[in-house]
Design a protein around this ligand. Structure first.
Ligand SMILES: [Zn+2]
Ligand SMILES: [Zn+2]
Length: 432
C-alpha cells in the first residue's frame, strides 16, 4: 500500500470548494512485487472469472506471469491480447474495442488492464460499457490517466474523450516499472511537469472568469508534480524510490482529477497543444507520439508564454488590452473551419459559450487583476528549468526532437486554444 495515497481511498466528503468529492478507488498497491497481490484482491472481491487484457509486449513482460499467478489461485482467466493496427500500433479505436468485447466472456466478472495508457483507455471504456469493474496494472509510469475516468478514444479517425469510470484498484509493480523503456519514464515526467502550466491556467480561469476552483485538488496536483521534481535523480536512475515517487505522483494527479470530476487541474494549454499535434499526426497517418513526451515539450512552450507576461507592467498590459482587437465569433468560426476540417462543427459547438462573449468586459477584468495574473505567472517554473528537468530523464525538450515541424508548432499556437473551451495562457495571450 502507499501511505501517501491511501488516506484518499473510498473517501467521500463535502469540500470547502462547495463540491462533494468522492474517490471510488478501493486499493492502490505500489511495491516491488505488486503483481502477486492482484490475486489476493481478485479472490477477496469474489471474481471467480476475469478477463486479462494486454498487448503483445505487455503480455510478454507481465500478462503471462499474472495469468499463471491467477490460475494458481484458482481464478478462471480469459485473455485478450489487443492486436496492432496497420501502423504497427495499439490504438484505442473501434477495432480494439470490438476485439475486447468479443474476447470478454459473458461470465467474466472483471477486466484487468495490463499495460500503459492506451491499453487502459480500451479497457476503461469496455469495462464501463459492459458494467464490469476493472483493475489497473500499469507496466510503465508514462501517464497520469491510470486513476482517472476519461477514456480518450479514436472514433472514425478522430480523438474524443469519453467519460467512463476509474479502476477499482491499481497495482503498480516497481520492478516492472523500472524495466519500462526510458522514453516512457521520460513521458511520465513530461505529463507531470505539465501540471505547472495546467494549474496556472486553472488559476487564470478562477481569477478572470470565476471558474470553480478547488484548493485541495490544486494542492494535491502540485504535491504530485513536486514528488517527481524532488526525486528526479532517482527517477533518472530508475531506482525503486524513483519509480515509487513517479508513480505516486501520476496516481495522485489522477486522484485530484477524480476529486473535481474533470481534468482541469491536470490539463491546460500544454495538453491542448499536445492534442492538436496528435490530431494532425492522425490525419496525416503518421505514427503516434507518446502523450507525455508531447505534453513535456508543450509545457516548455507554455512556460515561455507565462514568462513573457512577467515583463509587462499593469499599465503596459492595460494599454495593450485597450488597443487589442478581440476576435469576433465569426472570425473564430472561420479559423476553426480552416484548422479543424471535419471536426470543425464539433469544435465550434465546444467553444460556443466562449465565442462572441463580452470580450471588452474580459479585457477590463484582466487589466484590473493584472497583479493576480503576474503572481500566477511567477508560480510557473522558468522554461529553462522545465527543459532541464526533461533533459535529466532524457526526455525530448523541443518540438524538433519530437519530429513536430515548425509549421505545425505555429499552427497549434494559433488554433490549439479551441481544443477545449477552457481559459488558458493561449486565450489570455491573444487578448494582449
Ligand atoms: Zn496528460
Ligand atoms: Zn474541493
Amino acid at each position: 500500500m502507499s501511505e501517501l495515497l491511501n488516506e484518499w481511498l473510498g473517501k467521500r466528503f463535502a469540500c470547502a470548494c462547495g463540491q462533494k468529492h468522492e474517490i471510488p478507488i478501493r486499493r492502490i498497491v505500489i511495491e516491488r512485487d505488486a503483481l502477486a497481490t492482484v490475486v489476493d484482491y481478485v479472490r477477496e472481491a469474489g471474481y471467480e472469472e476475469i478477463t486479462l487484457v494486454a498487448d503483445a509486449n505487455t503480455y510478454a513482460v507481465a500478462g503471462n506471469k499474472l495469468r499463471s499467478l491467477l490460475e494458481d489461485g484458482q481464478v478462471k482467466v480469459g485473455t485478450c491480447v489487443i492486436r496492432e493496427n496497420e501502423m504497427g500500433e495499439v490504438a484505442a479505436d473501434e477495432e480494439a474495442i470490438v476485439q475486447l468485447m468479443l474476447d470478454t466472456s459473458l461470465t467474466s466478472k472483471a477486466l484487468i488492464a495490463v499495460g500503459s495508457g492506451t491499453l487502459h483507455d480500451i479497457v476503461r471504456f469496455v469495462s464501463h460499457r459492459t458494467n464490469r469493474p476493472f483493475l489497473s496494472v500499469p507496466t510503465a509510469p508514462s501517464v497520469d490517466g491510470f486513476a482517472s475516468v476519461g477514456a480518450p478514444l479514436i472514433v472514425r479517425g478522430f480523438k474524443m474523450t469519453i467519460p467512463c469510470s476509474a479502476p477499482e484498484a491499481i497495482f503498480a509493480d516497481l520492478g516492472l516499472l523500472a524495466a519500462a523503456p526510458q522514453a516512457m519514464i521520460a513521458a511520465g515526467v513530461g505529463d507531470m511537469l505539465g501540471k505547472h502550466t495546467s494549474l496556472a491556467d486553472w488559476a487564470l480561469g478562477r481569477v478572470l472568469l470565476d471558474e470553480h476552483y478547488c484548493e485541495l485538488s490544486a494542492r494535491l496536483t502540485l504535491e504530485a508534480v513536486e514528488l517527481c521534481t524532488t526525486h528526479l535523480e532517482e527517477i533518472a536512475q530508475r531506482s525503486e524510490l524513483g519509480m515509487r515517487r513517479l508513480m505516486e505522483g501520476l496516481i495522485l494527479s489522477g486522484l485530484s482529477m477524480l476529486l473535481v470530476g474533470h481534468s482541469r487541474p491536470a490539463s491546460g494549454a500544454e495538453h491542448h497543444l499536445s492534442h492538436y499535434w496528435e490530431m494532425v499526426l492522425l490525419q496525416q497517418r503518421r505514427r503516434a507520439l507518446l502523450h507525455g513526451a508531447k505534453v513535456g515539450v508543450a509545457t516548455v512552450l507554455m512556460a515561455q508564454r507565462y514568462q513573457a507576461l512577467l515583463g509587462l507592467t499593469a499599465d503596459e498590459a492595460a494599454a495593450r488590452l485597450a488597443a487589442g482587437q478581440a476576435p469576433s465569433a465569426q472570425t473564430d468560426a472561420e479559423r476553426i473551419r480552416a484548422a479543424y476540417g471535419a471536426m470543425a462543427e464539433a469544435i465550434i459547438a465546444e467553444n460556443a459559450t466562449a465565442m462572441g462573449g463580452d470580450a471588452a468586459a474580459l479585457q477590463a477584468r484582466i487589466a484590473m487583476h493584472w497583479g493576480d495574473v503576474l503572481s500566477i505567472a511567477r508560480a510557473v517554473p522558468p522554461p529553462e528549468q522545465l527543459a532541464a528537468w526533461l533533459a535529466a530523464v532524457q526526455g525530448p525538450v523541443a518540438p524538433d526532437q519530437l519530429g513536430v515541424e515548425p509549421a505545425l508548432v505555429e499552427a497549434s499556437l494559433q488554433d490549439a486554444l479551441f481544443v477545449r473551451n477552457r481559459f488558458t495562457i493561449l486565450r489570455l495571450q491573444r487578448l494582449l
